[in-house]
Design a binder for this molecule. Structure first.
Ligand code: SAM
Length: 225
């Protein structure tokens, strides 16, 4: 595949099942000069699975995104091609990416998307709740502003998608019951992985279900309006 020199490619990678990657994503990762990534072990496993030759990696972590800007701009100035990946799914979607992209655009370079999986779109694709319009919240603030945000979101005139971790899921479900009342939920746990669970039902049914079953893993939740 012919890559465009001095371009940053934003490459979506699997959210669990390593087979969920596009041909173009694999080709771009094979052909770029450098990959910008979060956990090098996670990206290393993906590269090994697709026999992508080892190449220079630039670290890019949440809250330390600025560190990548100078080396990335230097390589783009030299005419090199780079790919940004995150540990899972689409970079910039509840993951680092936005800051780097905005700085690279400001510096006048080309940024191209290589689309693919994201937990939000995977869940909405199996939604039994109307989803012509939805609001993507992602992670709620952990402490400050959480209650204000929940109150605001409960008044929206469309469904809301949340990301949540194993540690907070039961607290989260209790809060949804408190703030949103009787709403229908669609919950994806460990989507595309061995222990994938798709739950459909009310908040109280969800609390009962996840009290009985494992809450290990990653959660994406769609709350009806
Ligand atoms: N960039 C990713 C995307 O495109 O969806 C999101 C990354 S964010 C740091 C990680 C969160 O996404 C998890 O805590 C969970 O809420 C959600 N998530 C990621 N993979 C998931 C999966 N396989 N099943 C359910 N939720 C998932």
């Amino acid at each position: 595949m012919k890559l465009i020199p001095s371009t940053l490619y934003i490459v979506a990678t699997p959210i669990g099942n390593l087979e969920d990657i596009t041909f173009r994503a694999v080709q771009v990762l094979k052909d770029v000069d450098t990959i910008i990534c979060e956990d090098t072990r996670v990206t290393g496993r993906l590269l090994a699975r697709y026999e992508i030759p080892k190449k220079p990696l630039i670290p890019h972590y949440k809250n330390q995104e600025a560190k990548a800007i100078v080396p990335v701009i230097k390589q783009l100035q030299e005419g090199k091609t780079l790919a940004l990946v995150s540990d899972a799914g689409t970079p910039g979607i509840s993951d680092p990416g936005f800051y780097l992209v905005s700085e690279i655009v400001k510096a006048g370079f080309r940024v191209e998307p290589i689309p693919g999986p994201a937990a939000v779109t995977a869940l909405l694709s199996v939604s039994h709740i109307p989803n012509q319009h939805f609001y993507f919240e992602g992670f709620l603030p952990h402490k400050k502003g959480r209650q204000t945000r929940l109150k605001y979101l409960a008044e929206m005139d469309c469904g809301v998608v949340f990301y949540e971790s194993t540690h907070r899921i039961m607290k989260f479900l209790t809060e949804i019951a408190d703030y949103f009342g009787k709403r229908e939920l669609l919950i994806g746990r460990e989507l595309t992985k061995i222990h994938e669970t798709i739950f459909r039902g009310s908040c109280s049914e969800a609390i009962a279900f996840f009290t009985e079953h494992s809450v290990k893993g990653e959660f994406v939740i769609y709350v009806s309006n």
